[in-house]
Design a protein around this ligand. Structure first.
Ligand code: TYM
Length: 332
C-alpha cells in the first residue's frame, strides 16, 4: 500500500479548527487506503522558546487529540518524533545538501521572524524545514496531507529527495503534497485575511478544539462578517462569511450551495447562531473524548511506544541505506 505521513506541532495547549479541517480530517480519511504514519513533532517544538514541563504535557494532549479526531492506532502508526532518533540523524545528512539560499527562501521562517527579526531567532527555527524533510523521507511517504502553509516545505522536501537520489543513487520516494483546496486555509475569525494560527491570531480569532463549547459558540457568533447582509460564498468580497461557510460545510459534509440555499434571505446573525451551535456540539464531544483519553496516561504511553516501534522499523531501514550511500563506515 502507498504511504502517507504527517505531523502537527505540540506548541499550544490545544490544536484548533484550522488544524482539524486542514489536516486531521484528511489524515483520518486516508487511513483506509494508505499505510499511515502520524506523529507529534516535538523536536520541531523546541525551535522557539518553550518550557519543558509544558512541552511534555502538550505532547500528551496532542496525542489524545489525534486519537479523539479519529486517528486509529490499530491502523496507523501514531508516535512522538523524539522517540525515533532517525529523524534527527537524517536531518543532519540532508543539511549537507541543502543550500543556504534555498533554506533562506522558506516563507514560514520569514513570517515568524518579521517581528523579532532573524537576529533573535534560533538556528533550529531556520533549519526546521530540513528536519521536516527528514520526517517525510524516512518513511518513503507518497503523500503528505497538510494545509496550504506547509506546501512550500513539502516542495523543499521533493527537491532534497531528487537531489540526493541524483547524487547518491535512487534512495527516496519523492512525495506529493496532498492539500484539499476547500479547507487548505481556515481563516482567523477576527481577521479573515489571515490564517487561523496558534501563534499569530487573537484569542477570539481561533476556536481551539478544547474550548469550552459555550465559549466556542460565542467566538463564532462574534466573528467579523462583511458589509452587506447577503449570505453567499465569495472569498474576495466576503472573506468573513465565506470562511464561516467553509467551516459549516466541512463540519457537516454538506455542499456550500446547499447551505447557502438553506439560509437564503436570512440575516448573518441567524446563520452565525446556527454555526455556533454546531461548533459547540463538535468541540463538546471532541473535548470529552480527549479528556477521557488523557485520563489513562499508561494507555497513551503504550500506544505511543507501539507507534514508535512501528516507525523505527521503517526509519531504520531508510537511514541504513542513506548512511551506506553517504559513505559512512558500517557500524560493527
Ligand atoms: P502545524 O503544527 O503548524 O500545523 C499542523 C497542520 O495543520 C495545518 N494548519 C491549517 N490548515 C488549514 N487552515 C489553517 N488555519 C491551518 N493552520 C494549520 C498545517 O498546514 C498542518 O498540516 N511543520 C509542520 C509540522 C510538521 C510536519 C512534518 C507536517 C513537522 N514535520 C512532516 C507534515 C510532514 C507544522 O508546523 O504544522
Amino acid at each position: 500500500r502507498p504511504r502517507v505521513l504527517s505531523g502537527a506541532q505540540p506548541t499550544a495547549d490545544s490544536y484548533h479548527l484550522g488544524n482539524y479541517f486542514g489536516a486531521f480530517k484528511q489524515w483520518v480519511a486516508l487511513q483506509d487506503d494508505f499505510e499511515a504514519f502520524y506523529f507529534i513533532p516535538d523536536l520541531h517544538a523546541i525551535t522557539i522558546e518553550y518550557d519543558p514541563a509544558a512541552l511534555r504535557e502538550r505532547t500528551y494532549v496532542a496525542a489524545a487529540q489525534l486519537l479523539a479526531a479519529g486517528v486509529d492506532p490499530e491502523r496507523s502508526a501514531v508516535f512522538v518524533q523524539s522517540q525515533v532518533p532517525e529523524h534527527a540523524q537524517l536531518a543532519w545528512v540532508l543539511g549537507g545538501i541543502t543550500g543556504f539560499g534555498e533554506a533562506s527562501r522558506m516563507t514560514q521562517f520569514k513570517d515568524k521572524t518579521t517581528k523579532g527579526g532573524s537576529e533573535s531567532a534560533s538556528v533550529g527555527l531556520f533549519t526546521y524545514p530540513i528536519l521536516m524533510a527528514a520526517d517525510i523521507l524516512l518513511y518513503q511517504a507518497d503523500k503528505v496531507p497538510v494545509g496550504e502553509d506547509q506546501r512550500q516545505h513539502v516542495e523543499l522536501t521533493r527537491n532534497l529527495a531528487q537531489r540526493f537520489n541524483h547524487r547518491f543513487g535512487e534512495t527516496f520516494t519523492v512525495p506529493e503534497p496532498y492539500v484539499l483546496k476547500a479547507t487548505a486555509k481556515i481563516y482567523d475569525l477576527q481577521e479573515p485575511g489571515a490564517k487561523m494560527s496558534k501563534s499569530q491570531s487573537s484569542p477570539n480569532g481561533v476556536v481551539d478544539l478544547l474550548d469550552d463549547p459555550k465559549k466556542a459558540a460565542k467566538k463564532i457568533r462574534s466573528a467579523v462578517t462583511d458589509s452587506g447582509s447577503e449570505i453567499r460564498f465569495d472569498p474576495v468580497e466576503k472573506p468573513g462569511i465565506s470562511n464561516l461557510l467553509l467551516i459549516f460545510s466541512a463540519l457537516t459534509d454538506r455542499s456550500i450551495d446547499d447551505i447557502v440555499a438553506e439560509f437564503d434571505g436570512q440575516q448573518y446573525g441567524h446563520f452565525k447562531v446556527a454555526l455556533g451551535d454546531l461548533v459547540a456540539d463538535f468541540v463538546g464531544t471532541f473535548g470529552e473524548r480527549t479528556r477521557e483519553l488523557l485520563g489513562d496516561r499508561a494507555e497513551l504511553d503504550r500506544i505511543l511506544a507501539h507507534g514508535a516501534a512501528q516507525a523505527r522499523e521503517v526509519a531504520a531501514t531508510t537511514l541504513a541505506t542513506v548512511y551506506d550511500r553517504s559513505g559512512f563506515l558500517p557500524a560493527k
